[in-house]
Structures are given as C-alpha cells and as structure tokens.
Design a protein around this ligand. Structure first.
Ligand code: PMP
Length: 427
C-alpha cells in the first residue's frame, strides 16, 4: 500500500473524489452520533442495579463499629468504605478519606483550600504573585479547567510511553517555587491509556521540589479499569514510594467508583499521608458534618472487597472491550500505512487517542460534526484548549451502542483521510 505522502497529486485528487462521495452519502443520512464524553453506557450502569437491593427498610444501618449511619458524623467515612477504596488503589485504609460521589469535587476542593488557606501552614496561594502547575499533555480537560478557573498558570509537559517527561518535570520543579503541583493520571491515562512505569513513579516519589507546598495530584481514576483479564498494567503505589523516598507528604491520590458503579451516585476517595489527612480534615469538618454514609455501606455490601471489584470490572470489560477492538481493528485496516496519524493501543481506561498529522485535528472534528458525529473538541486535551500541533483527538468508545459506534468510526476514518489529503494538496 502507498502512503499518501508517496502518491502523486493526481492520485491524491482521485482518492479525494472517492472519499468525498462516501462522505456525502453519510452526510445525507442525518445521523446523530456521539463519541465525545467518557460516560458508561446504560448496559454498564445496569451491571450495578443489584446494588439497589442490598439495603432495604429492614437493614440495620449501623457501621461495623455500631455507629448509626443515618445520623450525622464520621467526616472521613466509614471504616469498611475506607478499606474498599484503599483496596482499589493498593494503599492503607488509614490514609483514606471517603467523600461523596465525585473525585473531581475533591480535586477542586484541594486547589480551592490551598488558594484560600495554604498547604499545611504555607502561604495561601491567592496571596502569591504567581502559582503554576505542570500539566502532562495530552491530559484530562477537567483538570485543566480547575486550574484555569483559579488563574493558575499551566505549563505543558509532554507525555512519553512511560508517563510524563521526567527530565523536564525534575528540572522545572527543582528550580521554580511557584510550581505547586502536577496533574497526573498514572494508570490508563486520559486520554492515551498510558500507565506510568515503575521508574517514572519512583522518579516522582524522589522529586526535590523548590516549593515546600508542592503536591503531586495523582488522579488514579482508572485504577481498576482493565480491558482484559490477561493483559493488565500494574502501577506502583505512589504513597509508599513517597514514604520510602522521605517525601511522605508530597502526594494527594484520588479515585472513585464513578465508572465502577454509577457515575452520578458512586463514592470517591482521597488517599494521602496522615499529616496531610489531619490538615485536610481540619478544614473539611468546617465544610461538612459528613458525606453519604448509607451509599458508602451500599457500595461495601455490593462490591465487598478487591476481588469483588475485580470481578465486577471484568463485566464492564466484556461490554466495552468489543467497542475498543472494533475501532482499533478498523484503524489497522483503513489507516495503517497511509501516513495519516498514529494511535496507542490501551490495555484499559476509557479512551483511544488518535494523533493526526499536524494541523489536521480541527478539520477532522469539524468534518465529523457536519456528518453527524460529535467528537471531543479539538484542543480539549490541552491547557487553554490549545493543542500546539492541532493533532490530538480523543475518542470515547464506551457510551454509544455498537451499531452507532461502527458508523461513527467509519465516518471518522473518512474525515481523517480527507483532512490529510487536503493538507497535503495545500502544502
Ligand atoms: N479523573 C479522570 C482522569 C477522569 O477521566 C474522570 C472522568 N472522566 C474523572 C476524574 C471524574 O471522576 P469523578 O466522577 O469521580 O468526579
């Protein structure tokens, strides 16, 4: 097969004409397809419906310690839920605070608290002239939205196949005390599906930041979200690595059951050193008397323990794996060797990243939209929505039913080819 770069002008124009014909046919169908947000499908949500039956009016709503869960209290969560969250991220229950349904809310709170009150006795960030965050790119748009909302300057750090470029991270944090944090999605990253290598995790744990109040924001959102039973990425536990490195307070780790049970009604957790935890609880207990402990109990009764979570996640995998495999197979068959971009094959998580040729992402997404396929906006995986190469596209396969996803993928492939040819013809 010839790549587009090897084709003559005439061959390219012929190919374009045939693609335009196919494109027009799709446009005429009035399709409404969505590959934009990483939401579970309704079949995935159905997997957790039995959780609705684990409690009823006869259930004694007491914790293991005998506390009445219907009442106020237990700001850091019930012990059994701390154990469940800890088991998902391989840490100790005493390090965990169990929150409400959204880990994003915890992250927002961590930044907000640091802005207003500072980190463990440090100057509140709002009193500083400049606060900066490192942002591995491509990354998660809602992380960048939080730091942007607080006026924090974001600095791009390129991702490699083993995690963020650690030479750059080490150099930047050791020199500049305005750098207060880094956003990380260390396992099955959003959007590339990359897991950080052991070396990357150890280099993180051994950072020597100029700012005493620097924290690693370790968003382990996809900790148990494997696509396969036999091909699973392993991630070192950052909290114990930080302890070993003599940096016990340097990390806040986040996770939730949003994509385990219900995205809108799960439980979430923050895991961190006991010192950090104490400082956080001091503020948190002014914010709330406690989160929804009945939902915590419901999750414990339904998922039970690590093995229960793993077993449940394999049911999710059985539903979403065919969707990932379909897209990747079509990419292999239709795009490989054409010189129109690259993609990473993930072992887990919620996304496939398509890296188009430079200057093509916006055009591909606009074309797809015209044909009825909504994709995540171009630039979304970058701070300030600014993808300097206009090349990264995040594909979210989980939500649409298979037939819709097949049509959306076919349209996407045509758009990739068309945009790449147009770019070459213009050059
Ligand atoms: N972090 C990452 C990396 C995510 O991809 C998502 C969901 N798309 C979240 C956090 C949101 O988690 P939660 O529902 O717990 O707020």
């Amino acid at each position: 097969m010839k790549s587009y770069q090897e084709m003559s002008q005439e061959e390219l124009m012929q190919e374009r004409a045939s693609l335009e014909q196919q494109y027009k046919e799709y446009c005429g169908k009035g399709l409404k397809l969505d590959m934009s947000r990483g939401k579970p499908s309704s079949e995935q949500l159905d997997l957790s419906m039995p959780m609705m039956d684990v409690l009823n009016s006869d259930t004694h709503l007491n914790s293991r310690l005998g506390t009445d869960l219907r009442n106020y209290g237990m700001v850091d969560g019930i012990d059994e839920a701390k154990e469940l969250i800890a088991s998902m991220i391989d840490t100790k229950p005493e390090n965990v605070i169990v929150y409400g349904n959204a880990s994003l809310n915890i992250m927002y709170d961590c930044i907000s608290r640091s802005m207003v009150f500072g980190v463990m006795g440090g100057t509140p960030w709002s009193k500083l002239e400049k606060v900066k965050f490192l942002c591995p790119v491509p990354g998660y748009d809602r992380h960048f939205a939080i730091t942007e909302a607080f006026g924090i300057e974001m600095i791009n750090v390129p991702m490699t196949s083993e995690g963020p470029d650690m030479d750059m991270v080490e150099k930047l944090v050791s020199k500049d005390d305005a750098i207060k944090g880094i956003w990380c999605v260390p396992k099955y990253s959003n959007p590339q599906g990359i897991s950080y290598s052991d070396e990357t995790v150890r280099r993180f744990a051994n950072l020597k930041p100029a700012a005493k109040d620097f924290r690693i924001y370790w968003d382990n959102a996809y900790c148990v979200h494997h696509l396969f039973e036999d091909k699973q990425d392993e991630l070192l536990d950052i909290i114990s690595e930080c302890e070993k490195a003599g940096n016990p307070d340097m990390v806040y780790e986040f996770c939730s059951t949003s994509k385990v049970t219900f995205s809108g009604a799960g439980i979430s957790g923050l895991a961190t050193s006991l010192k950090n935890k104490e400082a956080i609880i001091k503020r948190l207990s002014v914010q709330t008397i406690g989160f929804d402990k009945i939902n915590q109990l419901r999750h414990v009764k339904f998922l039970k323990n690590k093995a229960g979570v793993e077993n449940h996640m394999m049911k999710h995998a059985a539903l979403i794996r065919p969707k990932f495999e379909m897209i990747l197979k079509k990419f292999e068959e239709e795009l490989k060797g054409l010189g129109v971009g690259n993609w990473v094959v993930p072992n887990g998580g919620y996304f496939i990243t398509y890296e188009a040729n430079e200057g093509c992402a916006k055009s591909i997404i606009a074309k797809a939209k015209e044909a009825g396929v909504v994709m995540t906006g171009a630039g979304a995986p970058y701070p300030y929505k600014n993808d300097p190469k206009d090349s990264v596209i995040r594909i979210a396969p989980t939500l649409p039913p298979m037939e819709e996803l097949i049509a959306a993928t076919e349209i996407f492939i045509i758009c990739v080819k068309l945009a790449s040819i147009e770019k070459l013809l213009k050059a």
